[in-house]
Design a protein around this ligand. Structure first.
Ligand SMILES: Nc1ncnc2c1ncn2[C@@H]1O[C@H](COP(=O)(O)OP(=O)(O)OP(=O)(O)O)[C@@H](O)[C@H]1O
Ligand SMILES: [Mg+2]
Length: 224
């Protein structure tokens, strides 16, 4: 079966000369449908950089990346948003919510792109928010949400486009233990029931228990 996402010998080098940092060094890995892959490693080991390359947010300095069998590492920068829109859902802390929109409206933005009518959009957005335990705060603005609530809104938004691949950086980082467990179970259900491909970066031991596969990064390299 063709992997949903495949990285072949990808490397990311930031800066030049004495400022050069090899953040990810010759990483080869594949992500399949129905799988939750957990990426672990110490701070600065290249986890976010790797996930960003897998999500076509950051281009590898060297190496190849394939999304559903299509090589994307050779595509022009301007073609990447389309790849991201069709294939990826992101939960990155840097991917902020729209401050002028409520939680439910933040989710609706993605549904609107899919062409749903207003009432279907609202009921789908509400269902997504309730799946992340946020129905009570659906009409709150991001500035009035806690860190964990913002993160859960970001999850609902990432799921709204129904992407085959979901990438999450520290998805339980701001959540209390119980909510974190719920989010992880939700991810596992999405992989098992809907055949999503999910890659998460986490230090959370609960994530280790729920993931199908764990890889470790150290100084940008995969530890075998
Ligand atoms: N834009 C950048 N320019 C230069 N160096 C960078 C940049 N982004 C990250 N780095 C460096 O690349 C290395 C890997 O960073 P990355 O953010 O991928 O690590 P991480 O494993 O996600 O760490 P953390 O667990 O702290 O989030 C680090 O040494 C970091 O300082
Ligand atoms: Mg990081």
């Amino acid at each position: 079966m063709t992997p949903t996402l495949e990285a072949r010998h990808i490397t990311k080098i930031y800066g030049e000369d004495d400022k050069k940092v090899v953040a990810v060094d010759d990483v080869t890995l594949a992500l399949h449908a129905g799988e939750v892959l957990l990426i672990m490693g110490p701070s600065g080991s290249g986890k976010t950089t790797l996930l960003s390359m897998m999500g076509c947010i950051l281009r590898p300095t060297h190496g190849q990346l394939f999304v559903s069998g299509q090589e994307v590492s050779t595509l022009h920068e301007t073609q990447l948003p389309k790849i991201r829109r069709q294939h990826m859902g992101f939960v990155f802390q840097a991917f902020n919510l729209f401050p002028a929109l409520t939680a439910v409206e933040n989710v609706e933005v993605i549904l609107r792109l899919k062409g749903y009518d207003r009432s279907t959009m609202r009921s789908k957005a509400s269902a997504l928010l309730s799946s992340v335990g946020l129905s009570k705060r659906a009409h709150a603005y991001p500035m009035d949400l806690s860190g964990g609530e913002k993160q859960r809104t970001a999850f609902a938004r990432a799921l709204a486009g129904d992407p085959p691949i979901l990438l999450a950086d520290e998805p339980t980082g701001n959540l209390d233990s119980r909510t974190g467990m719920e989010v992880l179970r939700l991810l596992r259900d999405l992989a098992c029931d809907l055949s999503k491909s999910i890659a998460i970066v986490s230090h959370d031991p609960k994530a280790e228990a729920l993931a199908h596969r764990v890889v470790f990064l150290e100084d940008g390299r995969l530890k075998q």
